[in-house]
Design a protein around this ligand. Structure first.
Ligand code: PMP
Length: 371
């Protein structure tokens, strides 16, 4: 089966490519996990064997990110979007004013800010951006000293804007959506009150979202917070208040092991720098054939949105690019429906060699179509 399978390169933005060794191991264990005679899909989430899977995933994550002792790790359902609600439900009550600061640099932080308005006052700390291509200068952020937390998105998956720094909140609790850059580089967890990340990009498949929270922030949930989103309750139940997305936990566990055996977050960072440079160098050297409008100081290593022909994109050329790429077995390069064009997603499982193949294809396509 392995040999006869069509070898494609999957540049999807999420759900996205999983490491080949992970898929092969999952295939091998699908019918009989660890000699138990049953699949993980059929296993009770209260069984000792499943608990081992959950605990191993947590331990591997703690090791990979050097998570300090005073932080709790939980795995929840509801995706990143669930966390847009869970964050204010759990944290906006930290201070009486029920206000939160939001930095809005793309579609996902905009969605998060909108959702938070249901639960309290939202202060967007900078003037509204005309386009999501840059990070407003932190010197000009209007932080509210009474805010319960400051929220930002480390990497905007649709617009390709990635923070190259951790914001200084002047002591206010910092919350970060790391969904699309999680474990693509080391991170100093101690700088954050809370980090969350959907697994389906860099660390697994859809269905599970990782939350890392400083323990003193537990216990402030609003009374209307649904029990499954109450961080304190989920911490006390080891993320097993109710039936979890058990198979997604298992796949995430395999990916975390794969990251460890591949050199950890440091190796992922090195690879992502190499991969993204391959693509940005072609864009920058193309004399305007390929266009990426993102400010160079915050270009994403994970998601590269680009246009072909001109800054608004030549529809005919872009369609041809996607068709030819698909014929060359390079998939899911279409830009997000809200922005159009092309988007190259280079998560952990995409290899340098695969990225080089795309780079070669881009050069050839440009040579064929440059007049
Ligand atoms: N945050 C970011 C940065 C994302 O990229 C996404 C989804 N692509 C979300 C949040 C929302 O995640 P979900 O679709 O799992 O709700």
């Amino acid at each position: 089966m392995e040999d006869s399978q069509k070898q494609v390169i999957n540049f999807a933005a999420g759900p996205s490519k999983l490491p080949r060794p992970v898929l092969l191991q999952a295939q091998k264990e699908l019918l009989d996990y660890n000699g138990l005679g049953i699949s993980v899909l059929e296993m009770s989430h209260r069984s000792a064997d499943f608990l081992k899977i959950v605990n191993a995933a947590e331990n591997d994550l703690r090791e990979l990110l050097k998570i300090p002792e005073n932080y709790k790790v939980i795995f929840l359902q509801g995706g990143g979007t669930g966390q847009f609600s869970a964050v204010p439900l759990n944290l906006i009550g930290l201070k009486e004013e029920r206000c939160a600061d939001y930095v809005v640099t793309g579609a996902w932080s905009a969605n998060a800010a909108k959702e938070a308005e249901r639960y309290g006052k939202v202060n967007i700390v900078h003037p509204k951006l005309d386009a999501y291509r840059s990070i407003p200068d932190p010197q000009c952020w209007n932080l509210n000293p009474n805010a319960s937390y400051v929220y930002y998105c480390a990497n905007e998956t649709v617009h390709g804007v990635e923070f190259p720094f951790i914001p200084d909140t002047k002591g206010t609790v910092l919350v970060c959506d790391m969904s699309s850059s999680f474990l693509s580089k080391p991170v100093d967890v101690s700088k954050f009150g809370l980090i969350f990340a959907g697994a389906q990009k860099n660390i697994g498949c859809a269905g599970v979202t990782v939350i890392i929270i400083r323990e003193d922030l537990l216990g402030y949930a609003l009374k209307e917070c649904p029990v499954i989103f109450d961080y304190k309750i989920q911490v006390s139940c080891n993320s097993l208040y109710n039936t979890p997305a058990s198979y997604s936990f298992y796949i995430m566990g395999l990916v975390l092991q794969w990251i460890k055996s591949s050199g950890g977050a440091e190796a992922m960072e090195e690879n992502s720098a190499t991969k993204s440079k391959l693509i940005y160098d072609i864009i920058d050297g193309s004399s305007g054939f390929y266009v990426c409008l993102t400010d160079s100081m915050c270009r994403s290593r994970m998601n590269i949105p680009l246009r072909i022909g001109n800054a608004n994109g030549d529809g005919i050329l872009e369609t041809e690019f996607l068709d030819q790429a698909a014929k060359n077995n390079m998939l899911s390069l279409k830009g997000h429906r809200s922005v159009g064009g092309i988007r190259v997603s280079l998560y952990n499982a995409v290899t340098v060699e695969e990225t080089q193949r795309l780079a070669d294809f881009m050069i050839n396509f440009m040579k064929e179509h440059c007049t």
